[in-house]
Design a protein around this ligand. Structure first.
Ligand SMILES: Cc1cc2nc3c(=O)[nH]c(=O)nc-3n(C[C@H](O)[C@H](O)[C@H](O)COP(=O)(O)OP(=O)(O)OC[C@H]3O[C@@H](n4cnc5c(N)ncnc54)[C@H](O)[C@@H]3O)c2cc1C
Length: 434
């Protein structure tokens, strides 16, 4: 890929998750040219990595893939994947973004996604796309419905054996690719950089990722997904089907000591969803959710919660204080019960899922003229009447970039941000579709 000095678009969308794709498509349908800048090798954000979605239990990849494909095929949308934003500033009427294209070591134009390189690669490393529960090669396409369907090399693990280069039918492998910087100018921008989950290592009292059968909720999404690591739900310790699964709520949210005093908003609902899905795949297993409050705030969510109770999911009100390894791969929980029995209780489960807090996906540094609120998410200046407005004129925010949010709210906010961006462009003489 050559150096692109200056790309010019009507709008820049930072982040190719569901909020960014929705905002980009709304803008493109109004005939504005849009660049979607995504730091990962594929668009799709967290949603493409989920199993099914509450409250409808739609297959997540079945409803996300068409949106990804629509963005990829839209003549007004340009996808710039594997790109990092270095700085963003306003210069007169223009926003100027400095962006770094990270090297894939595979020529994007030449790669035909045939995976011959992947089949020949002798290196196996944990696959982050599968929560580290399966392996991938050192040259790989991130996942089966990734967009673009192009390979990349992980330089940390590549042993430079050259097998991929020899087998590639289009000579796409390029070990000499370098980091390239380019500038991108646009009149308006939508920030849709989403969230990350709190690292497991930060949870000292929950084993810091050292107990194999204490996993994150995103790992459980992969275990439940049709193309998951094992194609069924097995516990990582010994590959056995778990007889009892526990969910620990507020594992990092509403916790001053972790610097996350806020509620992460989606954890109650996704834990209920995962427990319901498990009751289908492990019909004989005991499923317990340890919670402080259940926040089922959205349309249809309370009914969803009640359905889970009717299906036999056990809800125990109590704060889990400590998690430690038990006998034969079991996990021991100490919790303070707020049920009738009260007091400190000790129980064992085969598999424990942590509903970790949600943190901002991206925090603008000093080189980006945007600021964050007390929660470190992108600051909005009119949270009631115009929730997409940021401090920087012409820059709007959508989805979990401004705070934890479910898919419905992310989509709604993406529409609002795109509408604000359209109005901003129209006021400056840019022409929308008639
Ligand atoms: C375990 C779990 C289960 C969930 N289940 C459900 C569910 O069933 N139903 C539901 O409604 N919600 C669910 N959610 C919430 C859902 O994932 C979010 O609502 C949704 O992903 C928000 O979309 P987004 O586009 O705002 O953010 P994201 O999905 O996080 O996408 C943000 C994108 O921006 C990119 N990015 C970040 N920083 C940069 C940067 N500096 N430059 C370029 N790109 C960048 C990221 O790589 C990513 O692709 C769940 C969440 C979790 C953790």
């Amino acid at each position: 890929m050559g150096v692109q000095q200056n790309l010019k678009f009507d709008a820049l969308v930072l982040g190719g998750g569901i909020a960014g794709l929705e905002a980009a498509l709304n803008l493109a349908e109004q005939d504005f040219s849009v660049a979607v800048v995504e730091k990962d090798a594929s668009i799709g954000g967290k949603m493409i990595r989920l199993s099914k979605v509450f409250p409808t239990l739609d297959c997540s990849s079945c409803i996300t893939t068409p949106k990804m494909a629509a963005a990829a095929h839209h003549p007004k949308v340009t996808l710039l994947t594997y790109c990092e934003l270095q700085s963003l500033e306003r210069r007169g009427d223009e926003l100027v973004a400095l962006i770094t294209q990270k090297p894939r070591y595979v020529d994007l134009e030449k790669c035909i996604g045939c995976r011959q390189c992947e089949y020949q690669c002798p290196v196996l490393v944990p696959d982050a796309e599968q929560g580290g529960l399966a392996a991938r090669k050192a040259i790989y396409i991130p996942f089966s419905n990734a967009i673009p369907q192009k390979a990349l090399i992980d330089p940390e693990n590549c042993i430079l054996c050259g097998r991929c280069e020899k087998v590639c039918p289009t000579q796409a492998v390029d070990f000499f690719q370098k980091v390239e910087d380019f500038t991108l100018t646009a009149a308006t921008a939508v920030i849709a950089t989403g969230f990350e989950m709190m690292p497991l290592e930060d949870k000292v009292q929950y084993g810091q990722g050292q107990i194999p059968d204490v996993i994150t909720a995103l790992q459980m999404e992969r275990l439940l997904a049709p193309h998951g690591p094992y194609n069924r739900v097995l516990r990582p310790y010994d590959g056995k089907e778990p007889d009892s699964v526990a969910f620990i709520q507020c594992a990092g949210s509403r916790d001053q000591s972790m610097g996350v005093p806020y509620c992460s908003r989606v954890c109650c609902m996704y834990a209920i969803k995962q427990a319901m899905l498990l009751s289908g795949s492990l019909p004989l297993a005991d499923l317990t959710v340890y919670y402080l409050d259940i926040r089922a705030f959205g349309k249809g969510y309370e009914q969803f919660f009640q359905n889970a109770q009717a299906m036999g999911v056990n809800f125990v009100k109590g704060k889990v204080a400590y998690v430690e390894p038990g006998e034969g791969g079991a996990v021991r929980l100490r919790y303070e019960s707020q049920e009738a029995e009260g007091g400190v209780q000790v129980v064992e489960h085969d598999l424990v899922v942590l509903s970790l807090g949600l943190l901002p996906g991206w925090t603008p540094g000093a080189s980006c003229a945007l600021s964050t609120g007390a929660d470190n998410f992108i600051k909005t200046v009119k949270p009631k009447l115009a929730p997409a407005l940021t401090e920087l004129s012409g820059v709007f925010v959508a989805g979990a970039a401004s705070g934890p949010k479910d898919i419905v709210d992310s989509i709604v906010e993406a529409g609002a941000a795109a509408m604000e961006a359209c109005r901003y462009l129209a006021a400056r003489g840019f022409k929308a579709a008639g």
